[in-house]
Design a protein around this ligand. Structure first.
Ligand SMILES: [Zn+2]
Length: 138
Protein backbone atom coordinates (compact mmCIF):
# COMPACT_ATOMS: atom_id res chain seq x y z
CA UNK A 1 0.00 0.00 0.00
CA UNK A 2 1.36 3.42 -0.98
CA UNK A 3 0.99 4.88 2.49
CA UNK A 4 3.19 7.91 1.85
CA UNK A 5 1.28 8.92 -1.28
CA UNK A 6 -2.06 8.85 0.48
CA UNK A 7 -3.94 12.10 0.30
CA UNK A 8 -6.09 13.11 3.23
CA UNK A 9 -6.90 16.25 5.16
CA UNK A 10 -4.73 15.37 8.10
CA UNK A 11 -1.25 15.25 9.51
CA UNK A 12 1.29 12.46 9.63
CA UNK A 13 3.43 12.09 12.73
CA UNK A 14 6.09 9.86 11.13
CA UNK A 15 7.53 12.50 8.80
CA UNK A 16 10.39 14.88 9.53
CA UNK A 17 8.85 18.00 11.00
CA UNK A 18 10.07 21.31 12.38
CA UNK A 19 9.87 21.92 16.15
CA UNK A 20 6.96 24.28 15.39
CA UNK A 21 5.07 21.50 13.56
CA UNK A 22 6.00 18.98 16.25
CA UNK A 23 4.37 21.17 18.90
CA UNK A 24 1.27 21.48 16.69
CA UNK A 25 1.10 17.68 16.27
CA UNK A 26 1.56 17.01 20.00
CA UNK A 27 -1.35 19.34 20.76
CA UNK A 28 -3.47 17.72 18.04
CA UNK A 29 -2.70 14.34 19.61
CA UNK A 30 -4.25 15.70 22.83
CA UNK A 31 -7.25 16.96 20.85
CA UNK A 32 -6.21 20.59 21.02
CA UNK A 33 -6.04 22.77 17.94
CA UNK A 34 -3.31 25.37 17.80
CA UNK A 35 -3.35 28.63 15.89
CA UNK A 36 -0.36 30.92 15.49
CA UNK A 37 0.20 34.57 16.25
CA UNK A 38 2.84 36.79 14.68
CA UNK A 39 5.39 37.97 17.24
CA UNK A 40 5.76 41.27 15.38
CA UNK A 41 2.38 42.44 14.04
CA UNK A 42 0.06 40.14 16.03
CA UNK A 43 -1.79 38.68 13.04
CA UNK A 44 -3.34 35.30 13.87
CA UNK A 45 -3.41 32.28 11.57
CA UNK A 46 -5.61 29.18 11.56
CA UNK A 47 -4.35 26.65 10.65
CA UNK A 48 -1.09 27.95 12.12
CA UNK A 49 1.75 29.31 10.01
CA UNK A 50 5.33 29.43 11.21
CA UNK A 51 5.98 32.73 9.46
CA UNK A 52 3.63 35.67 9.14
CA UNK A 53 2.01 36.08 5.75
CA UNK A 54 2.00 39.86 6.16
CA UNK A 55 5.44 40.72 7.58
CA UNK A 56 7.35 37.38 7.38
CA UNK A 57 8.21 37.48 11.10
CA UNK A 58 8.21 34.35 13.27
CA UNK A 59 4.88 33.22 14.72
CA UNK A 60 4.25 31.55 18.09
CA UNK A 61 1.69 28.81 18.62
CA UNK A 62 -1.32 29.49 20.84
CA UNK A 63 -4.21 27.21 21.72
CA UNK A 64 -7.33 27.84 19.66
CA UNK A 65 -10.26 27.58 22.03
CA UNK A 66 -13.33 28.04 19.83
CA UNK A 67 -15.15 24.77 19.19
CA UNK A 68 -18.27 25.69 17.22
CA UNK A 69 -18.54 27.16 13.76
CA UNK A 70 -21.12 27.68 11.01
CA UNK A 71 -20.78 26.34 7.50
CA UNK A 72 -19.57 29.19 5.35
CA UNK A 73 -19.16 27.07 2.23
CA UNK A 74 -18.92 23.42 1.32
CA UNK A 75 -18.26 21.08 -1.58
CA UNK A 76 -19.53 17.56 -2.15
CA UNK A 77 -16.69 15.59 -3.69
CA UNK A 78 -18.05 12.97 -6.08
CA UNK A 79 -14.90 12.39 -8.11
CA UNK A 80 -12.25 11.90 -5.46
CA UNK A 81 -8.54 11.30 -5.90
CA UNK A 82 -7.76 7.59 -6.06
CA UNK A 83 -6.69 7.39 -2.42
CA UNK A 84 -10.06 8.74 -1.25
CA UNK A 85 -12.24 7.13 -3.89
CA UNK A 86 -13.65 4.59 -1.41
CA UNK A 87 -14.95 7.49 0.72
CA UNK A 88 -16.64 9.38 -2.13
CA UNK A 89 -18.98 11.11 -2.11
CA UNK A 90 -17.71 13.10 0.88
CA UNK A 91 -18.11 16.67 2.06
CA UNK A 92 -15.41 19.23 2.75
CA UNK A 93 -16.58 22.40 4.43
CA UNK A 94 -15.20 25.78 5.36
CA UNK A 95 -16.47 26.58 8.83
CA UNK A 96 -16.44 30.09 10.23
CA UNK A 97 -15.98 30.53 13.98
CA UNK A 98 -17.60 33.44 15.88
CA UNK A 99 -14.21 35.23 15.78
CA UNK A 100 -14.31 35.14 11.99
CA UNK A 101 -11.50 32.59 11.69
CA UNK A 102 -12.17 29.90 9.13
CA UNK A 103 -11.09 26.29 8.92
CA UNK A 104 -11.42 23.71 6.15
CA UNK A 105 -12.08 20.08 7.10
CA UNK A 106 -14.14 17.02 6.25
CA UNK A 107 -17.62 16.68 7.69
CA UNK A 108 -17.65 13.03 8.69
CA UNK A 109 -21.06 12.37 10.26
CA UNK A 110 -23.61 14.01 7.96
CA UNK A 111 -27.04 12.39 7.90
CA UNK A 112 -28.57 14.94 5.52
CA UNK A 113 -27.45 17.44 2.90
CA UNK A 114 -25.19 20.16 4.32
CA UNK A 115 -26.43 23.74 4.28
CA UNK A 116 -24.68 27.07 4.60
CA UNK A 117 -25.20 28.29 8.18
CA UNK A 118 -25.43 24.78 9.66
CA UNK A 119 -23.64 24.45 13.03
CA UNK A 120 -20.38 22.51 13.05
CA UNK A 121 -18.43 21.21 16.02
CA UNK A 122 -14.70 20.72 15.90
CA UNK A 123 -13.72 17.08 16.33
CA UNK A 124 -10.52 15.06 16.23
CA UNK A 125 -9.60 11.69 14.84
CA UNK A 126 -6.66 9.33 15.02
CA UNK A 127 -6.80 7.86 11.51
CA UNK A 128 -4.17 5.32 12.54
CA UNK A 129 -1.25 5.38 14.96
CA UNK A 130 0.68 7.80 12.76
CA UNK A 131 -2.02 10.02 11.33
CA UNK A 132 -4.25 12.51 13.08
CA UNK A 133 -6.63 15.11 11.92
CA UNK A 134 -9.31 17.54 12.94
CA UNK A 135 -12.75 17.32 11.38
CA UNK A 136 -16.20 18.79 11.50
CA UNK A 137 -19.09 17.09 13.23
CA UNK A 138 -22.72 18.15 12.81
ZN1 LIG B 1 3.36 39.77 11.13
Amino acid sequence: MAEHNELYLGYATDKAVTPFMQKFLEALDEEKLMMSKCTSCGTEFLPPRQHCQKCLSQCDLAEFTETEAKIRSFVIVDFAPESLSSKAPYVVAIGEFPSGKRLTAHITNLMSMPEVGMTLKLGYEHIDDKKLTYKWLV
